[in-house]
Design a protein around this ligand. Structure first.
Ligand SMILES: Cc1ncc(COP(=O)(O)O)c(C=O)c1O
Length: 416
């Protein structure tokens, strides 16, 4: 049996992840391997930690990636923090809230969920009321719900958690690097990000950060073999050691910190990729990058609406990096997506659960968030809809987006 050379098609990826990777990142991944304790490599590790602190807007000591997809970071955070029987409140407003619930349950938490309709978010006062009434140990929630294109305001919830001495853990996988995330100002104790979305790095690492409140919790759960405490002693203190080796943040921090204790073998090429992705982001500037995402989001939305389609979800809490579109009555959603992929080489996404077949999701994230991509997806979507018998306002979508791009006073923040 012979296998051909890898020969993947060139795609325009307009999904909420994974998205197109900056060619600079791909080039960085071909850098030769060095050993994981080589000073040349530990220097790179330190640089990545430094750049992550800037991205997260935090003074936290700990900011490093976990090797694995974004959920590996979520699982590491929750496995390390949740003691069996801890009460965790999870406000759920889309699919990834359910993921948080599931992981919390697997680590022995007593989960209390509250739900908001998909396409909306919570009024912070409602969540604060619930925290006041139920006094959980931890609140875990999603900042940007990729499944519905909505973004939850966090600051007031974070402040309330801090006042009531509740740990606040946030999944910012879909927002990090695309829209503002302020770990310290919003009183977030532990935050998890992803690489494959607005950072435009391949999937395979989950950068995270946590403060000394969480570090203390982790320290109190050090495993027996490390000579800190016996299991019996931990039990007397109402805790247990962390049940995972791979996801034990105490062990990971001993590797990322000055002790450099051996744990896993670091994913060298992925770290090169993350370093380059972060370097690109800091060269662009955080605020400039956020402005770029809003700039292209506006052009995309103008095009969608000019075509005669309706956007899904509350506009005042819309996530700038994901635009959800209602599928017109009677149209087979996946057939339109397939046509975009096979005829135009453009990928857009469906959604999950109750929204599958009801909405399309277009991502404008990181390196994929570019003028030519927005114009291409609008033109292709219009053509595919016409082929599916939908009455659209022909020719208007691309023109509306061009109007946004060609307004004399408005410049692409990157090109300006
Ligand atoms: C908000 C959010 N959280 C978590 C995840 C899980 O990430 P992964 O599939 O990389 O494990 C995703 C993936 O799309 C996501 O959008």
């Amino acid at each position: 049996m012979t296998y051909t050379d890898l020969n993947t098609p060139i795609r325009t990826i307009m999904t909420p992840g994974p998205v197109e990777v900056d060619p600079r990142v791909l080039r960085a991944m071909t850098t030769p391997i060095v050993g994981q304790f080589d000073p040349a490599f530990t220097h790179i590790m330190n640089e990545v930690m430094e750049m992550l602190r800037v991205l997260f807007k935090t003074e936290n000591k700990w900011a490093f990636p976990v090797d694995g997809t974004s959920r590996s970071g979520i699982e590491a955070m929750l496995a390390s923090v949740i003691r069996p029987g801890d009460r965790v409140l999870v406000p759920v407003y889309g699919r990834f809230g359910h993921l948080l619930m599931e992981i919390c349950e697997r680590y022995g938490a007593e989960v209390d969920a509250m739900y908001a309709e998909w396409g909306t978010v919570f009024d912070p006062a409602e969540v604060i009321q619930k925290i006041t009434e139920t006094k959980p140990d931890i609140v875990a929630m999603v900042h940007a719900e990729t499944s519905t294109g909505c973004m939850q305001p966090l600051k007031e919830i974070g402040q309330a958690c801090r006042e009531m001495d509740v740990l606040f853990i946030v999944d910012a996988v879909a927002s990090i690097g695309g829209t503002d995330v302020r770990v310290d100002e919003w009183c977030i104790d532990g935050l998890i990000a992803g690489t494959q979305k607005c950072l435009s790095v391949p999937s395979g690492m989950a950068p995270l950060t946590y403060n000394d409140r969480i570090e203390r919790r982790i320290a109190s759960r050090k495993k027996v073999e490390r000579g800190i405490a016996t299991e019996e002693e931990l039990k007397q203190q109402n805790t247990t050691f962390i049940r995972s080796n791979y996801f034990d943040l105490g062990m990971l921090q001993d590797y990322w910190g000055p002790r450099r204790l051996n744990h896993h073998t670091e994913a060298t090429s992925m770290l090169y990729a993350l370093r380059e992705g972060l370097r690109i982001l800091l060269e662009e500037g955080l605020e400039e990058r956020f402005a770029r995402h809003v700039f292209h989001e506006k052009a995309l939305m103008a095009g969608i609406e000019a075509m005669g389609l309706e956007l899904f979800g509350r506009r005042d809490v819309k996530l700038p990096t994901v635009t959800c579109i209602k599928v017109p009555e009677g149209v087979e959603a996946d057939s339109v997506r397939n046509m975009l992929l096979t005829e135009f080489g453009i990928e857009i996404a469906s959604s999950f659960g109750p929204l599958h077949g009801k909405i399309w999701r277009i991502g404008t994230m990181g390196y994929s968030c570019r003028r030519e991509n927005v114009l291409a997806v609008l033109g292709a979507l219009e053509a595919a809809l016409i082929r599916h018998g939908v009455q659209v306002h022909r020719g208007e979508a691309v023109q509306a987006a061009l109007d946004c791009y060609m307004k004399p006073a408005v410049k692409d923040p990157v090109e300006a």
